[in-house]
Design a protein around this ligand. Structure first.
Ligand SMILES: Cc1ncc(C[n+]2csc(CCOP(=O)(O)OP(=O)(O)O)c2C)c(N)n1
Ligand SMILES: [Mg+2]
Length: 537
């Protein structure tokens, strides 16, 4: 299978030793291109290694295809080696699967196989069932299907048996919504104090969100990965939602209507703010959820058509303009305070992350999980230049972040930056395999703060044995790791060194590693005082 895929002129391949990293790389490709990407494995525990990426893909509706090669059906559950329940392993984390028959070279068998696979692939084309799928592929042969005693050692011209490949037609968008439904139910009118909140993985085109916001004049709390900050085109773009939601001034701002799009906002202060609002809530989402952890009562609008969004905007426009002005004024004030605070900070976690988040010249910025995404959400200023800000927020794993970033970079071409913690980087060292692919440029910026610094901000940090059991400093030698993978490396211990490395990275025709060595406790000493001082003024 691997050789067949590699030889196919219409398929680009990347080879991975670690299936887990390979699957995350494919996830990144699919995320950045919007097109399906497949990962092909051998049998046995190789298949179990796909699960982390499939979980993430399922949580955010990414068309990832798992192609798992299997032994013939006759040896399944019969004690043969390297056999496992592939279908069972993937079942909970895919939208659908096909367990192919043992291969037989007849026109009939091949056509029925194509029908089976075609039906499954249609799922990928439907917006509301989009997500990962699994195709299990039994092959003949004791060790490989090229064993000399088998038909498949001389593959026939399959094309002549089945004709040209079937082109899947993109399906029309699901039209489950109706314009009047939510409007009638909520008695929506113009003049409202409306608030739009956009998290990661916005389910509709961000240009549509922009048009909606412009028409209604509602302020938009846009997370860094919402797609609305770079380029920043909106008049009422609010980039400091995290700080504002925690501030005493914004606590006085009571919306009459909240419209939420995408995954849960990154910041817990925004969660708390949203939960405290007794107002009407509309969720625009890919598929309706049974319950909503951010509001007791809310209405779901599933993949509304462009027409529905426009009609909703028309029903709400214009919103209360003084309300939008209040948000903007607060956002500007908080922005100024934040910038002053950050510029005055000594070298440390926050300073280094701020520099990475605003380094110019990169087409892509991936924010790893743990503190990287939280830093990014706080510091990624709105900018004129377009830049994709990507995250894995489906299930927020610290696994696979390097491979996902490299897959995204391969998908868009161009130059990219990854901001990632030391534990998350350690978790995905095999993802570094992909740095050797041609055409990738930029840097992996590892914040080396001696383990999971995020936990220093939580009350668990007061517990005995916290350092060893929870924070888990690994004291890895990232220079040696880079060298083992033949990756150019820079260690930065000052602002000037980081600044020089970030200036160089957009011109690199390779991916380097920049290790940012910061004082271990700098997050705790810099971030809470910043949050406190800004939110109390
Ligand atoms: C696969 C996985 N394992 C464990 C976790 C729990 N977790 C969340 S943050 C974190 C610490 C990450 O540390 P690091 O990458 O160094 O980032 P920092 O907090 O220092 O910024 C862990 C273990 C997770 N989210 N995903
Ligand atoms: Mg860390």
């Amino acid at each position: 299978m691997a050789l067949a895929l590699h030889a196919h002129p219409g398929i680009e391949t990347a080879i991975f030793n670690d299936e887990r990293a390979g699957a995350f790389f494919a996830l990144g490709l699919a995320k950045s291109t919007g097109r399906p990407a497949a990962v092909c494995t051998t049998s046995g525990s190789a298949v179990a290694n796909l699960v982390p990426a499939l979980v993430e893909a399922k949580a955010c509706g990414i068309p990832l295809i798992a192609l798992t090669c299997d032994r013939p059906r006759s040896v399944r559950d019969a004690g043969a080696t390297q056999c496992a329940d592939h279908l069972g392993i993937c079942h909970a984390v895919v939208e659908g699967n096909a367990d192919l028959a043992d291969p037989v070279i007849t026109r009939r068998a091949l056509n029925s196989l194509r029908k089976q696979v075609g039906k499954l692939l249609q799922k990928l084309g439907r917006e509301n069932t989009r997500g990962p799928i699994h195709i299990n592929i039994p092959l003949h042969g004791e060790l490989t299907s090229m064993d000399p005693d088998h038909d498949w050692s001389h593959p026939p011209d399959l094309q002549s048996l089945v004709g040209p490949a079937v082109r899947l037609q993109p399906l029309p968008k699901a039209e489950s919504d109706s314009t009047t439904g939510p409007v009638d139910k909520l008695r929506l009118t113009s003049g409202l104090k409306g608030l739009i909140v956009v998290g990661p993985d916005c389910p509709i085109d961000v240009n549509l969100v922009s048009a909606f916001a412009e028409k209604t004049g509602f302020p938009v709390i846009a997370d860094a990965p919402s797609g609305l900050r770079r380029p920043a085109k909106l008049r009422n773009l609010i980039c400091n939602g995290d700080l504002l939601a925690a501030s005493s001034s914004a606590a006085q701002l009571r919306p009459e209507l909240i419209i939420r799009l995408g995954g849960a906002p990154v910041s817990h202060s925004v969660h708390r703010y949203l939960r405290a609002q007794p107002c009407k809530v509309i969720r625009i989402e890919r598929r309706p959820r049974v319950r909503d952890f951010l509001a007791d009562q809310s209405i779901s609008l599933t993949l509304p058509s462009d027409h529905t969004v426009a009609a909703l905007a028309a029903a709400l426009a214009p919103g209360d303009s003084s309300w939008a002005r209040e948000w903007r004024a607060l956002d500007d004030r908080v922005n100024a305070l934040k910038t002053t605070y950050l510029s005055g900070l000594p070298w440390g976690d926050c300073k280094a992350a701020w520099m990475v988040c605003n380094a110019p010249g990169f087409d892509l910025l991936h924010l790893g999980n743990s503190m990287a995404i939280r830093h990014g959400n706080l510091y990624c200023a709105g900018a004129e230049a377009a830049q994709k800000i990507m995250v894995n927020r489906g299930v927020s794993g610290i696994d696979g972040n390097i491979a996902t970033f490299l897959g995204e970079l391969r998908g868009i071409g161009g130059r990219g930056l990854l901001l990632i913690g030391d534990l998350a980087a350690a978790h995905d060292l095999t993802g570094l395999e992909a740095t050797r692919l041609a055409g990738l440029g930029g840097a992996i910026c590892i914040m080396n703060n001696g383990g999971g610094a995020l936990f220093d901000l939580l009350s668990v940090s007061e517990m005995p044995d916290y350092e060893r059991v929870v924070r888990n400093p690994m004291a890895l030698d990232f220079r040696a790791i880079a060298s083992a993978f033949h990756i150019p490396f820079k260690r930065c211990t000052t602002e000037d060194e980081l600044s020089a490395s970030l200036r160089e990275a957009p011109h690199q025709s390779y991916v380097s590693i920049i290790e940012m060595c910061v004082p271990e406790k700098s997050l705790k000493s810099d971030l809470p005082p910043m949050l406190w001082s800004i939110t109390q003024t």
